[in-house]
Design a protein. Structure first.
Length: 252
């Protein structure tokens, strides 16, 4: 039987207040709160040594405790989920070389294997600070949709840029060759020491314009390894997205 290597922690940031969907982590899907679906899927990943929810609301903490999950209480004034992740890592006393996987609390259908995919580059390369997932776009409407972030990368699969605009730009659409577009999936793995460094950096100018915090790492010269996944992810940003997830689950 395979065993879990030590030192890989999944942290799931989950906040109650959301402009588009108040109380989203507690929204019921098949009689379970969404956060429970996320935690249960994370617990299926053999590579992980532990799974912890990082929240700022006692209602979410109580829900996690009710199904036997682990949680840590963080401040309520964090600007991003990454800031919450970093505080949780400090509260959990994780060492600087350990790996932290950021699993979004609004992706209740993620396949367990993509967590291993995003963490594997840091397992294999101790010098690598950060990795994330990408997916080949197959739905044409996502190319121009600013809610689907596109990325380009070099021959070593290190990210060059992330944008809400279509990249690369096709200057001559009549040439007959269509570019391949890749979208960013919101799963990250970090070396804990780098995570703390990252949240201490000032906002970068690219980040300020695009509203994409991963650009901060690129602007300050850090490497982000991108891993091409065969799996797309379904995020719940609105009540309509929740209905879509319920339909997908009912068809399983």
């Amino acid at each position: 039987m395979s065993t879990k290597p030590p030192g890989i922690t999944a942290i799931i940031p989950a906040r109650y207040h959301s402009n588009r969907f108040e109380g989203k982590p507690l929204a019921l899907i098949n009689e379970k709160p969404m956060i429970q679906h996320v935690v249960e899927r994370a617990l299926q990943v053999e590579l992980l040594s532990r799974v912890v929810v990082a929240t700022d609301d006692q209602r979410i903490a109580d829900a996690v405790a009710s199904f036997g999950g682990s949680w840590v209480m963080t401040r309520g004034d964090h600007a991003t989920g990454t800031d919450r992740l970093a505080e949780a890592a400090l509260l959990l006393d994780i060492s600087d070389q350990e790996i932290i996987v950021n699993i979004q609390g609004d992706q209740p259908l993620f396949p367990a294997e993509i967590v291993e995919q995003v963490a594997r580059p840091l397992v294999d390369d101790p010098a690598l600070p950060m990795s994330t997932l990408i997916y080949k776009i197959v739905r044409p409407e996502e190319i121009s949709d600013p809610n689907h972030v596109k990325t380009v990368f070099d021959c070593h699969h290190n990210a060059l840029y992330f944008s809400r605009s279509p990249i690369p730009f096709q200057r001559d659409p009549g040439a007959g060759v269509q570019p391949t577009y890749y979208k960013h999936l919101g799963f990250y793995a970090y070396r804990k020491g780098f995570l703390v460094t990252f949240v201490g950096l000032p906002e970068g100018q690219w980040e300020r314009f695009e509203k994409l915090e991963q650009l901060r790492a690129l602007e300050f010269g850090y490497t982000i390894r991108v891993v091409l996944s065969d799996h797309d992810s379904v995020e719940v940003d609105t009540p309509d997205d929740l209905l879509r997830v319920k339909k997908l689950l009912s068809g399983l």
